[in-house]
Design a protein around this ligand. Sequence first.
Ligand SMILES: [Zn+2]
Ligand SMILES: [Zn+2]
Length: 249
Amino acid sequence: MSWEPIDCHAHTVFSDGELTPEALIAAVRARGVRPSIADHASRDVSSALKTVDAVRDYLAAVSALPVGRGAEFCWHDSLWRELPATLLSQFTHRVGSLHAIALADGSWVHMFQRHLPDGLTPDVYMEAHVATLEAFAREMPVDILAHPTLLPLSYRTLPIEELWTEAREARAVAALAAAGIAFEISNRYRPHPRFVARAHAAGVRLALGSDGHTAEQVGDLAFPLATARAAGAADAALYDPFVHGSRAA
Ligand SMILES: [Zn+2]
Ligand SMILES: [Zn+2]
């Protein structure tokens, strides 16, 4: 059979997605893409798996289906630290997200908060962002960093290549390379080509993710796949939990 991409990051009704797992599988397959489910497992996402028992029930339900078994964990939330090894080993892959960034004073900036603290500049924020990413890479046993260029709402209109300076990109890529964590090319929060090319050149594996929540979004990997190919990555080298396994298993 010819190579088919796998969508490593998509949501169902187990968290904030619109589709049942069965409907997600059908929608993704219809695009010629292999499905996996990566619902939110975090106490800090309003619609999510919030307890160890909820994660156990989710894994039991998803394991009965022909689909990759992932989850998207918030770095800043503690739920991922509480999961026993018997549950962790049941995931085909795990996705880690920086949905909040630690500032130097220990407070957190959330990606979806409306107003940022007074006096916080983009440069100060970005230094904290990269430092948080480095701590995440050192400590969190995940296979993929979700949407590496996700930023707070009020910075999303700024030029992303200017916030992500080349020096900051280099630090992020070095941290991911040292940890063996893949760089997600998200269809929802799209990275710029320079960052993707830098990750690939440093030996960081690239992963494809729709971050889809609806039938129109799940399995849509056209942009991520084109971006990976433009960066020089071979299709077979793109992260596939069924080929490359999970570093966290
Ligand atoms: Zn996310
Ligand atoms: Zn997501």
